[in-house]
Design a protein around this ligand. Structure first.
Ligand code: AMP
Ligand code: ZN
Length: 507
């Protein structure tokens, strides 16, 4: 198999062929920083992250660009409401957004571009669109895109353009398919709505240069951002499925009319996070921020909640909608705890094997295991298992980033490790190989905590005493073993014997 992805443009599963092997260009629409992101928005960026991580894992050299919609109706409205400057408001919420991303192990885009830095780039495109008769200055003082001029209008969003009423204009950035109309590229200045906020572009109308001192429409922002960093063509454009129309459809119309080239080869759209089967949205007031879900689970460490939420995203195919509930989050957190427990056991088991200078009694390990430890071998069966787990994981991801199935492989592997430890099956070198496989999977899933392998490492003197006690037990010197146990307690440690070794607890 090779990577196949579901392309919204063709509504089919297609084999991925990059424009250029050396650099796969991936763009995704960024946040509108007028407030904290809700976990529905964050699910969307988790999807972008998992897709990009998977492509890198599969060997593609991916370059990512994301815009930040720091100029739009909502950011301007809320900066005025809060009495803060637009810059102050949007920088603050952009930083909050990036902090949430860090908590969720989302790798930031290689380039993150606030739209306010791209005004001249928007001006160039608008100027070009006017020159090619795709855009016009209307009586209300705004520049509109003439959708009837773009023959392929509606292709991405699968619109039936027969019904299009071409002389109608719309200056809202968001509208329904039934309202297809000429949309605003550059909006007329409205002192009441825009306050201090206005930006200038230079365009040529009827051979005359004019300065338009207004502000951008939302759709032109993403066309300009792509143009600036990737020029005419990109491989993959991503976003939530609510963006297909009008936002992405309008991006296609603008960019392709300007460059005369096909804009994005593949369009990937993510499903929604729902609450009671309704899309989570600020306007519906049915949303939670990451801070809210931390607050509601105060007894659980934040990092564990964040990992649980990331796992929830992985346990659903990116195109599916799914309901958020606290029960489901709780279940995902428990799954993480199970993975953590396995990691700790593997760490303890490996440490036990590495202490092979201590003679181990038959109670500690089976005879076969002892023989194999001595040779530090990797059996053929083990190697084949490793290969088939890796192959299964890759094939599932190559099938349109099917993380739900890839996670099933991870859970099978977890059981394989746990039962292997129960039966003392693995050698020290095999343990390293198990850890190595999970480290490579973690490049995609990023939910394992490898610190747990050594988290229980002890101060050197305590560790020496523990080993001396194991030696005493091996020699069946029970009095010495008890004496060391008491000494450990006096130093604040309790040594607990377990089937696969021992662990130390602080008293
Ligand atoms: P915004 O900050 O409103 O521009 O939205 C940022 C991203 O979040 C867009 O790609 C939206 O498609 C996506 N989005 C918004 N609501 C949801 C939701 N409930 N579930 C998944 N993605 C969403
Ligand atoms: Zn966009």
């Amino acid at each position: 198999m090779s990577l196949h992805l579901y392309n919204t443009l063709t509504r089919t599963l297609e084999r991925f062929k990059p424009l250029r092997q050396e650099e796969v260009k991936v763009y995704y629409c960024g946040p509108t920083p007028y407030n904290y992101a809700h976990i529905g928005n964050l699910r969307n960026y988790l999807m972008d992250d998992i897709i990009v991580r998977t492509m890198r894992f599969l060997g593609y050299k991916v370059r990512t660009v994301m815009n930040v919609t720091d100029i739009d109706d909502k950011t301007i409205r809320d900066s005025q409401k809060s009495g803060k400057s637009l810059k102050e408001l949007t920088e603050n919420y952009t930083n909050e957004f990036l902090a949430d991303c860090t908590r969720l192990a989302i790798i930031p885009a290689d380039t993150i571009a606030p739209i306010s830095t791209l005004i001249p780039d928007m001006g160039t495109i608008i100027d070009g669109l006017i020159a090619k008769w795709y855009a016009y200055l209307a009586d209300d003082g705004s520049v509109y895109y003439s959708v009837a001029k773009f023959r392929k209008y509606g292709e991405l969003a699968h619109l039936d353009t027969k019904w299009m009423i071409s002389s109608v204009r719309i200056d809202n950035d968001e509208y329904e398919k039934e309202q297809v109309a000429d949309f605003a590229l550059w909006k007329a200045y409205d002192a009441e709505a825009d306050g201090e906020n206005s930006w200038e572009i230079e365009v040529t109308i009827d051979w005359e240069k004019k300065i338009l001192k207004w502000r951008p429409g939302w759709h032109i922002e993403c066309s300009a951002c792509n143009m600036k960093f990737f020029w005419a063509q990109i491989d993959i454009h991503m976003g939530g499925c609510d963006l297909i129309f009008p936002h992405h459809q309008n991006e296609v119309a603008q960019t392709e009319a300007y460059t005369g080239k096909k804009f994005a080869n593949y369009w990937l759209h993510g499903g929604h996070l729902l609450v009671d089967n309704k899309k989570m949205a600020k306007s519906a007031k049915n949303f939670y921020t990451l801070g809210d879900i931390f607050e509601q689970n105060k007894d659980i460490p934040e990092i564990l909640i964040a990992r649980g939420f990331r796992l929830m995203a992985l346990q659903n195919q990116y195109r599916e909608n799914f309901n958020f509930t606290f029960e489901r989050l709780g279940a995902a957190i428990n799954t993480i705890r199970g993975l953590d427990e396995m990691m700790k056991r593997l760490g303890r088991y490996r440490d036990l094997l590495l202490r092979d200078k201590v003679e181990l009694s038959d109670e500690d390990l089976t005879l076969t295991a002892k023989w194999r430890i001595k040779f530090h071998d990797i059996t053929r069966e083990f190697r084949e298992n490793q290969q088939s787990y890796m192959q299964e994981f890759i094939e599932k991801l190559e099938d349109d980033f099917d993380t739900l199935s890839a996670m099933a492989t991870v859970y099978e592997y977890q059981t394989y490790i746990n039962t292997g430890i129960d039966d003392s099956l693995f050698t020290a070198w095999e343990c390293s190989s198990l850890i190595g496989l999970m480290q490579s999977w973690n490049e995609v899933v990023s939910i394992f905590d490898f610190d747990l392998l050594t988290s229980e490492s002890l101060p050197a003197d305590i560790s020496r005493l523990a080993e001396a006690r194991i030696l005493a037990k091996t020699l069946k010197d029970w009095a010495e073993s008890d004496r060391i146990r008491d000494e450990l307690v006096s130093l604040g440690y309790k040594m607990i014997d377990e089937k696969d070794g021992w662990r130390m607890e602080k008293v």
